[in-house]
Every structure is written in C-alpha cells, then in structure tokens.
Design a protein around this ligand. Structure first.
Ligand SMILES: *Cc1c(COP(=O)(O)O)cnc(C)c1O
Length: 453
C-alpha cells in the first residue's frame, strides 16, 4: 500500500512483543490489516489482535519480532508433517517446473491421477471414485449433491433432507451450515436462509467407555419416522471437531452404518478433520471398520500446504448418478481450480511421506504424552473435562475462555494455540518432539489455571 501513512509504522523488532497485535512491524502494516482485512469469524470494527508470522519451520512459527512459538494447532489440523518440509517443498518445486495449474475440464494430469489412486488405495474399503475440490466446505457440498443426485437419478422423489447428529461442524457454506450444530452454529443468524435438516441428539457414550445401545435411540427414531424424506445420514466419524471436540463410541458409528443399510440411506462421513491419522487410525471410520458411501477429506490432505479437498464415493453411488436420465447423469459440479496440479502433487507427496513414516507410533506417543501432560488440568476448579484421542488433546473449561488473554499468556510461554468457546485444545504436528509437547502442555496447564474460577 503506497498510501499507507509512514507514521503508523514502527520497527517491530524493537517492540518487546507485549502488545504484538497492535504493533505494526517492519514488513507488517498491522494497522492496514486491522482496517482492511477480515480474519476468520472476526469483526471489522472491534478486531482482536493478530500475531504477524514471518516464517515457519518444523513445529515453530517465527514471529516478526523474532520470537518463536511452538505451534500446538498444526494450522487447524492440517500441517501434520510440520512447516517448510523439505520433501513437500521439493514436490512443489518439481511440479512448478511443469505447471502450477491447468483446467480440469477436458484435461487431466499426472498429479491428479497419482493422488486419486493413492486415496482410493487408502480409503476405507471400496471407496474409489474421487471428486477434487478446493476446500472442505465445498467437499461437503459436493457430497450432499451426490446424495441428492443419487436419488433423483433413480427417479425417487422427496429425498432431499439430511439426517445428522448434534454437535457437528461441516464448514461455512450454506448446506454445510445447515447441518452444523443448530445451537452452536449459525442457524439463528441465518434463520430462514438455511435448510431445515434433521438433528438427532449427539452421541453421549464416549470413545473407549462401555457401550450403551440406547445412545442410538434418537437417531433410530428420526430415521424411522422420516425415512422417505432423507437422502443421507451425514456425520463426522468418531471425532466431532469444531462443533465441540468430542469423541464418541465406535459402536455408535457401526450402529449408524447398520441403520443406513436397514433403511437404504446413504452414509456420508466427513473425515476432513480426522483423515490422515489424526485420531490414531488412518481414517476415523477405521476405528469401527465402517465403510461410508461417500467420504470427504481436506485439511491435512496437502500436509497444510495448499487448499485442496476431495469427495470420494463408492462405485454404486457414482454409477447410479451416472446412469441418471439426461443432465442428471452428470455430477453437477466443477470448480475453476478443481484438482489444481500443484496442490495434487504436494498432496500425493504428503500422503507418501505419511505412509512411509511411523505415523501410528508417533500419534500413539503424542496421545500418551497429551494424556500425561493435560491430565493434571482436571484437578483445576476452572476445568470441566479433559479428553484425549490420538493427536488431539482437549481441556474443556467450565466457562468460556478469554481467547485473547489466553492466547497472549500462551504466546508469552512460547506456545501457539487458539482456544474457542470453553475449549483450549491441541492438535500438534505428528513430528512434535516429546520435549516440545511437554512444554506446550505445561503452558496450557498454566493458562487454564489463570482463567477465572
Ligand atoms: C474444517 C472442516 C470443514 C470445512 O473445511 P474448510 O476447508 O474450512 O471449508 C468441514 N468439516 C469438518 C469436519 C471440518 O473440520
């Protein structure tokens, strides 16, 4: 911005970092950022501080003032191998020499073929028809379109609704919003504009606890009463992510699959947060040996390098849609940047890197260390619950967390985490060392202890 007032710029390196969000840096015109750039779920008038990141390597973010923060968030589940990874950098450079992008309508390329083959090999049994898109929310939209087209192609009328479970998060586009938790989500704000879906009570029996079949009653009841209106059941397998960070029982997921088979409903599994090892299995559906009809992946797909997502469908879904009469025989979607070659090349390299790594051992170690490191939080009067699954650690407070204050206290201890609602949570890169993870957990314990009782 040539017109930016120079008085507003300070040498960021001279700032102690106490008020990092308000202090413009050498190359960071934070005042411009504050005035002109929307951040996620942020106001343009009362903007919260943002931390300027100059670079990132491994599990560390380097801020403009030279401070290093150990990243406990893996940039929202995605950076599973750490930042600036030599293997992924090389994959990017090699693909750049060929082409960064080419349209996917009427053309194809090696990175897309390689990635689709890899996904089909690894996905829970038999899901091998791949639709590439550019973000998780769009992958969910495409999954929903597939489900609707599946019925329409067969001439079945009236199956347009989705059955889901409370406490979910599926993204920010409109159909995705319509299945997010109706209380915690955006239904109130957009009421009248969001489709009305069917919500079963969220599962109560936790992962690993003793199973209680009545947990499925609410879902069974809705499925039986609304069967003829339902196109698909959609849920996040095992881990409910941004809707509350809860882990439910594998028998629940098995029960859902049985229920879908019983009523002839499609099952859509949103593995966007859980995919690629995060929950301890490659895909969360693998905890229950469940094969969904349609599956969404995103987030960690490119190791956090670029925005890419995919919707996978079983052959019978793809074939039914394709056998539909007239225009209904084609899947009605095609984003401009569909199957972007650069993103696909990096994603294929990221998956190879994961599969060749001892990821299962690494995630199991992180799980043990998160348990050990966060368990003492349960003794704090401010804390309602501590739960860990795979490389996901959650401290649920009794009251909403002071996000800005907690973020600052963690940053002062050299740690990056972004709480939301009542939750302080961690989902580190699988390569985080025990020592770094101990430090991160200690900072979270201290931050939790400093919240008001
Ligand atoms: C993040 C997320 C999405 C949305 O993905 P975007 O890339 O942010 O659009 C959908 N479903 C789940 C489970 C997610 O965690």
């Amino acid at each position: 911005m040539s017109g930016a007032p120079s008085e507003g710029r300070h040498d960021f390196s001279r700032n102690s970092g106490r008020d990092i969000g308000q202090s413009p840096g050498q190359d960071f015109d934070l005042e411009f950022d504050r005035r002109h750039i929307w951040h996620p779920y942020a106001s343009m008038s009362a903007s919260a501080p943002v931390y300027p990141v100059a670079s990132a390597r491994g599990v560390r973010l380097k801020l403009a003032d030279g401070r290093e923060l150990i990243d406990g968030m893996a940039s929202w589940w995605s950076v599973i191998h750490g930042y600036n990874h030599p293997v992924l950098n090389r994959a990017a450079r090699q693909q750049l020499k060929r082409m960064a992008h080419v349209m996917f309508g009427g053309l194809t390329h090696q990175p897309a073929i390689r990635l689709a083959r890899r996904l089909a090999e690894l996905a829970p049994g038999g899901i091998d028809r791949v639709f590439f898109s550019d973000s998780g929310s769009v992958a969910v939209e495409v999954a929903i379109k597939m489900a609707l087209q599946y019925w329409r192609a067969q001439g079945v009328e009236g199956r347009s609704r989705l059955l889901t479970i409370g406490g979910g998060y599926y993204g920010d586009t409109f159909q995705a919003m319509s299945i997010c938790d109706p209380v915690a989500g955006m239904h109130q704000l957009f009421s009248g504009a969001v489709s009305e879906q069917l919500f079963a009570d969220r599962p109560c029996v936790r992962f690993g606890e003793s199973w209680e079949p009545s947990d499925l009653d609410s879902l069974k009841d809705l499925a039986a009463r609304h069967c003829g209106e339902i196109a698909a059941v959609i849920l996040e397998p095992i881990v409910q992510g941004a809707g509350g960070m809860r882990f439910y029982h594998a028998e629940y997921l098995k029960g859902v699959r049985d229920l879908c088979d019983q009523h002839g409903l499609l099952l859509i599994a949103d593995e966007i947060a859980t995919g690629f090892g995060r929950s301890g299995e490659l895909f969360a559906c693998d905890h229950a040996n469940v094969v969904p009809d349609i599956m969404c992946v995103g987030k960690a797909l490119t190791g956090g390098y670029l925005s890419l997502a995919a919707t996978l469908a079983r052959a019978h879904v793809a074939e039914t849609i394709s056998a539909g009469p007239g225009a209904a025989g084609v899947l009605m979607h095609g984003p401009t940047f569909m199957a972007n070659p650069l993103a696909c090349a990096i994603a294929a390299a990221s998956i190879d890197l994961l599969i060749e790594s001892p990821w299962r051992k690494r995630v199991a170690r992180i799980e043990r260390e998160l348990r050990a490191g966060l368990a003492p939080c349960a003794q704090l009067p401010q804390v309602a619950d501590v739960r860990v699954l795979g490389a996901i650690g959650v401290v649920e407070m009794r009251r909403p967390v002071d996000i800005g204050g907690t973020q600052r206290r963690l940053a002062d201890r050299g740690v990056w985490a972004r709480p939301f609602g009542k939750l302080i949570y961690l989902m580190p890169a699988y390569v985080m060392s025990s020592r770094d993870l101990r430090h991160v957990c200690a900072a979270v314990r201290e931050a939790a202890a400093l919240e008001p009782v």
